[in-house]
Design a binder for this molecule. Structure first.
Ligand code: NAD
Length: 263
């Protein structure tokens, strides 16, 4: 299937590795020019160089902390300056530290909401006017299956993701008359550095070894394994495409069947 987005421009936040990078690569494979943002310049430049080399697209690497409102807006402005427009926005950020309520502080709550909820709001506020002007846009927010079923021991993340779902559903209604579609993608357990950090954290409690944790997760996933970032990227590229023209306001799990709820 031709996704019909060759030559379009995507802003991909938190894209130097993991899920954000996988989405950027899937879009680049469809001929989309990509602006990659992440905090660390070195990893970002390396990812940008790899994508440039592999796909015949232009790549902008822009160091950014998406939790800072001005930096998030500056990232979108830099992409518009470089490419003339932004058609596709993928919001994303690193997850907050795993923790339980009794161990959290007010500063940690503020940091988690800045990074994992408000970053999405800041990026959308910056990118939406141009999309509305051109009457075409695709906004994808990377959240988590915790939107559908909170995950134990990551209360900061669970709370911020629920906010993303509320924001994106509201946005979908506001933006639809202007040709802009907004959807949430909910990764389940997917093999990235973040997942390995979570495994190490859980193993450090002494309840189970890393191998036992992996085995437990796989046993609880109907497809019997954690996902690969490329599998997530492929779904994102479809939702960002011309072909997904009648899909907006959805909250889609990419989780191997892990979440058992009906919606
Ligand atoms: P990851 O840690 O492998 O990659 C995170 C990326 O975000 C990196 O490129 C990092 O440089 C960048 N980043 C972090 N903070 C940033 C900031 N403030 N501004 C800009 N860039 C920033 O994580 P991942 O596994 O790719 O996950 C991406 C998101 O999806 C995270 O929020 C994570 O919690 C969530 N998630 C992941 C899984 C999974 O199994 N991998 C499951 C559910 C949800």
């Amino acid at each position: 299937m031709d996704l019909g987005i060759r030559g379009r421009v995507a802003v991909c936040a938190a894209a130097s590795r993991g899920l954000g990078r996988a989405v950027a690569e899937a879009l680049a494979a469809e001929g989309v020019h990509v602006a990659l943002g992440a905090r660390g310049r070195e990893a970002l430049e390396a990812t940008a160089a790899a994508i440039r080399e592999r796909y015949a697209v232009e790549v902008l690497a822009h160091p950014v902390d998406v939790g800072a409102p001005e930096e998030a807006a500056g990232f979108v402005r830099a992409a518009e300056a470089r490419f003339g427009q932004v058609d596709i926005l993928v919001t994303n950020a690193g997850g907050p530290p795993p923790t339980r309520l009794r161990n959290t502080t007010p500063d940690e709550w503020k940091a988690a909401l800045d990074q994992n909820l408000l970053s999405c709001v800041h990026l959308v506020r910056a990118a939406l006017p141009g999309m509305i002007e051109r009457r075409w846009g695709r906004i994808l927010a990377i959240a988590s299956v915790s939107v559908k079923q909170p995950v134990p021991d990551i209360i900061l993340s669970n709370t911020a993701r629920a906010g993303i779902a509320g924001f994106m559903k509201s946005l979908a209604t506001e933006a639809a008359p202007h040709g802009v579609l907004a959807n949430v993608l909910c990764p389940g357990y997917t093999r990235t550095a973040r997942l390995e950090e979570l495994v190490a954290h859980l193993a450090a409690t002494g309840e189970a070894t890393e191998e036992e944790i992996h085995a437990r997760w796989s046993a609880d996933i109907p497809l019997g394994r954690v996902g690969e970032p490329e599998e997530f990227g492929a779904v994102a590229a479809f939702l960002a495409s011309e072909r997904a023209s009648y899909v907006t306001g959805t909250v889609l799990a990419v989780d191997g069947g892990h979440v058992r709820s009906l919606t």
